[in-house]
Design a protein around this ligand. Structure first.
Ligand SMILES: [Zn+2]
Ligand SMILES: [Zn+2]
Length: 100
């Protein structure tokens, strides 16, 4: 596990860049150029249902995850499950990489 000590890391999941940036400006420029399409959908899901067989799976797309909820968790409130499952990780402005 290597961690880079550059203070501004791109926190968008799926980003192939594993180095941070030395300034907020650089980070923002990177996110605008690389993630401009992904940013509005920078919300991903991990199923929060208790006995989900796919607990570990990250669902990058809301519609796919919704299908999953409907199929496997039809007894649960889909909207509620989805909001509980939201991994809300929009890019942080603080510069502190979230501990994972
Ligand atoms: Zn990135
Ligand atoms: Zn599930």
């Amino acid at each position: 596990m290597r961690r880079h000590k550059r203070p501004f890391e791109c926190s968008i999941m799926g980003c192939t860049r594993d180095q941070g940036f030395s300034s907020q400006k650089d980070l923002e420029r990177h996110q605008r150029s690389v993630h401009s399409k992904a940013l509005p959908g920078a919300f991903k899901y991990r199923c929060a249902a208790q006995h989900c067989p796919k607990k570990e799976k990250i669902w990058p797309r809301a519609d796919n995850f919704r299908q999953h909820c409907l199929r496997l968790h039809s007894s649960l409130d889909t909207a509620e499950l989805m909001s509980n499952s939201l991994l809300s990780k929009p890019p942080t402005i603080s510069g502190n990489a979230p501990a994972e």
